[in-house]
Design a protein around this ligand. Structure first.
Ligand code: ZN
Length: 329
């Protein structure tokens, strides 16, 4: 089914949160957005685990963090399960506290430690995702009904008042739900259809660069420069004798700049010049910056004086850093 890779936006927030001064006016916003995405990601990973447990005759194709085209916009779907007998959209919530779906007002709120807090209604989010997915499938000549469910990834989330139109259940019930859908529905899609949906979504959602600097009111001087240590994840490794070393935890590395360049890509896009490289990874000379770039990436232009290199996206380089954030609590 494939491992869920680190979502791009979560990785970008983790990079920003660690490189922007806590005193910056946007810092608390970045930090709370990061915490929210980390919790969401932890929930999605849990759901992946349980999906694998389902005892089904036909193995589903599971798509993660996909953008479904909807008019001129996109609707984000955490998990989309494609099976010959059913299509299922999962809205995964990693929430704690007592959860209330108010049928009359359409409001959603939770009560935690006696405090009532209004939030975006997951049922509305799910309905929007289901409708967008149905429309999208119809537009590629696969007019099928799409199912939806809300999955609670945290056992500390208690449903006091459930949603009206959609099932909701704790994550360990997910295998049973998928098995039931297979049993109750007739196969309507061929395996080739499932792959066609997968390919089309991937093609359409090839993402444009997100505008983090604009969203958080940041400029270049707000970003701390330097190579991140692969041992303790602090920024500012020193270069010497052909390798990087951390003055803090004494870790040494020959390729720590690879992950740091992936951080650069998340913030600034895929192109980099040797001058920008020199500044970002804090090496003393352009010659070294050039060499480190040349041995890894192709040039993006022919101009000799102002050579630009193309950073090849590889989010797996940031997985150790993200896992460190996930499990540090
Ligand atoms: Zn270190």
């Amino acid at each position: 089914m494939g491992k869920r890779s680190v979502p791009e936006r979560l990785a970008a927030l983790a990079v920003l949160e660690s490189r922007v001064e806590p005193g910056h006016r946007s810092y608390s916003g970045i930090k709370s957005d990061l915490e929210m995405r980390l919790a969401g990601f932890a929930g999605e990973k849990k759901a992946d685990f349980y999906l694998e447990e389902a005892r089904v005759k036909e193995k589903p194709v599971v798509l993660k963090d996909v953008m479904i085209p909807s008019g001129i916009k996109h609707v984000q779907v955490d998990t989309l399960v494609l099976h010959p007998a059913f299509i299922l959209v999962l809205e995964i919530k990693n929430m704690t506290g007592e959860l209330h779906f108010d049928e009359e007002t359409g409001q959603f709120y939770r009560v935690k430690n006696g405090v009532r807090e209004g939030m975006r209604n997951p049922e509305d989010q799910l309905n929007r995702a289901v409708i967008a997915t149905e429309r999208f499938l119809a537009s590629i000549d696969l007019p099928v009904k799409v199912h939806g469910a809300i999955v609670l990834a945290s056992y500390n989330g208690l449903i006091v008042q459930g949603p009206v139109s959609r099932p909701i259940f704790p994550v360990d019930r997910l295998p049973g739900h998928v098995e039931k859908l297979e049993k109750e529905n007739r196969a309507i899609l061929r395996r080739s259809d499932l792959h066609y949906v997968d390919d089309t979504i991937k093609l359409l959602s090839r993402e444009k660069q997100d505008q983090y600097f604009k969203w958080y009111n940041l400029t270049d001087i707000d970003i701390e420069l330097g190579v991140r240590c692969p041992g303790c994840f602090k920024i500012g490794m020193e270069r010497g004798h052909g390798k990087w070393s951390c003055t803090d935890c004494k870790t040494t590395s020959t390729d720590a700049h690879h992950a740091t360049l992936e951080e650069y890509r998340l913030m600034y896009g895929e192109e980099i010049t040797s001058k920008k490289m020199r500044d970002f990874i804090q090496v003393p000379n352009l010659y070294l910056a050039n060499r480190l770039l040349r041995e890894r990436f192709p040039t993006a232009n022919k101009n000799k004086r102002n050579k630009r290199y193309q950073i090849k996206p590889d989010l797996s380089l940031l997985e150790p850093f993200i896992n460190h954030l996930l499990y540090r609590k």
